[in-house]
Ligand binder design. Structure first.
Ligand code: SF4
Ligand code: SF4
Length: 376
């Protein structure tokens, strides 16, 4: 394993130790990726799919708005929530007997990320409640509020996939989770609790498998993914809500909030967030792995966006490279980061972990070039 580092904490960032709810947005938005026409005033039932996106509420189409998704502004249908939660037809629960049937059900619920993780003939299932990104707490909080559901689903998966090696990985610094898990884990003798060091990228698949000394053909799932399996495969419910973290040193308190998919971030921020400053910047999907956004107004909560960091605007400016070699030394994949950057070249090995940006004393946005989102 490449030697991992601990990311320094900012003691001013304070996370509220609970899950808040914002599941009654005034409007929800559906990205329209393929050109298609929709009439205004068309009624949309909750749980209707538009390609990979789901309507998380019912109501009439009342217009459209562009949001910044997948590195571009994408038009989205605006549906004004009638708060009736009208569903066209209820989902029937189909009994799942093996990994192939499980995969089909995951595709039906558009849980493609989880589908991709289910290799055939795996030896282990590892569930991590590690929030890799600093100031995110959605994995840890998901476990804290759903111990029974997470453990029950792990047990269920072990029977479907026919695996006996189950690991629940918790950061050694999460004392509360460790205590709570220990109090109920006795019901599941097949699940082993393992403590992980507080190091960045420890839950990255190769690292965690190496740390646990298990084969790489393991399935590594997050607690939120396991909870989605519980909701969909076990309970037969469409996934229309998710946990997000809003955090950073530009706001008074950080929150983990349950929201509906398709909610505009601005609506959530207006309800919960007290700013410390007017001079802030926003990162989508974390400070290290995410990207800086232009404005809160153009951010939408989808299944691909979860951690919004609002920081006081940095005064650091990009400077000349001093040839220190720190970017190469820290890169987990030994990419010659500086060379790629100055040749304006992407590396396909890059996982966009952000460590090179974190370490670079010249404050260069190396990840953007090497990770393939070069807009220099
Ligand atoms: S962002 Fe990419 S290049 Fe930079 S350290 Fe991570 S993997 Fe290496
Ligand atoms: S870390 Fe920054 S300053 Fe140091 S060699 Fe890499 S690009 Fe240059």
């Amino acid at each position: 394993m490449h030697s991992l580092i601990k990311i320094a904490d900012n003691k001013n960032v304070f996370i509220v130790n609970d899950i808040y709810e914002f599941i009654d947005p005034k409007n929800i938005y559906i990205p329209i990726l393929k050109s298609s026409s929709f009439n205004k005033n068309t009624y949309i039932y909750k749980n209707t799919y538009f390609n990979d996106f789901i309507a998380s509420a019912s109501g009439f189409i009342s217009g459209s708005k562009k949001f910044f998704l997948y590195n571009q502004l994408i038009p989205c249908l605006k549906i004004t929530n009638d708060f009736k939660e009208n569903v066209h037809k209820n989902t029937r629960i189909k009994k799942v007997n093996n990994i192939d049937e499980l995969k089909q059900v995951l595709l039906k619920y558009k849980l493609n990320n989880i589908y991709d993780k289910l290799s055939n003939n795996p030896d282990n299932i590892i569930v991590t409640c590690v929030d890799e990104e600093a100031y995110s707490a959605r994995e840890f909080m998901c476990l804290s509020k759903n111990y029974d559901e997470i453990l029950q689903t792990m047990d269920y998966l072990s029977k479907i996939i026919k695996i006996n090696n189950l690991y629940l990985a918790i950061k050694s610094t999460n004392a509360k989770s460790i205590k709570n898990v220990k109090s109920i884990i006795g019901t599941y003798p097949n699940i082993k609790t393992v403590l992980l060091p507080d190091k960045y990228l420890i839950s990255y698949k190769d690292n965690i498998c190496e740390f646990l000394n298990v084969k790489a053909n393991s399935i590594v799932l997050t607690t939120n993914e396991v909870y989605d399996i519980y909701q969909s495969v076990i309970k037969g419910k469409e996934i229309v809500e998710k946990l997000i973290t809003i955090s950073g040193d530009g706001i008074a308190k950080s929150y983990v909030i349950r929201v509906k998919l398709g909610t505009a971030l601005k609506e959530v921020v207006d309800k919960f967030i007290e700013f410390n400053t007017d001079n802030y910047e926003v990162y989508v999907n974390g400070y290290l792995q995410g990207e800086k956004a232009q404005s809160i107004d153009e951010l939408l909560i989808t299944k691909d966006t979860d951690t919004f960091i609002i920081n006081e605007k940095s005064t650091l400016k990009e400077e000349e490279c001093i040839n220190c070699g720190a970017c190469f030394k820290i890169c987990p994949f030994d990419i010659n980061v500086k060379k790629c950057y100055f040749e304006n070249r992407q590396s396909l090995k890059c996982i966009r972990c952000g460590l090179c940006n974190y370490i670079c004393p010249a404050h260069l946005n190396l990840k953007k070039v090497v990770g393939g989102q070069n807009e220099k």
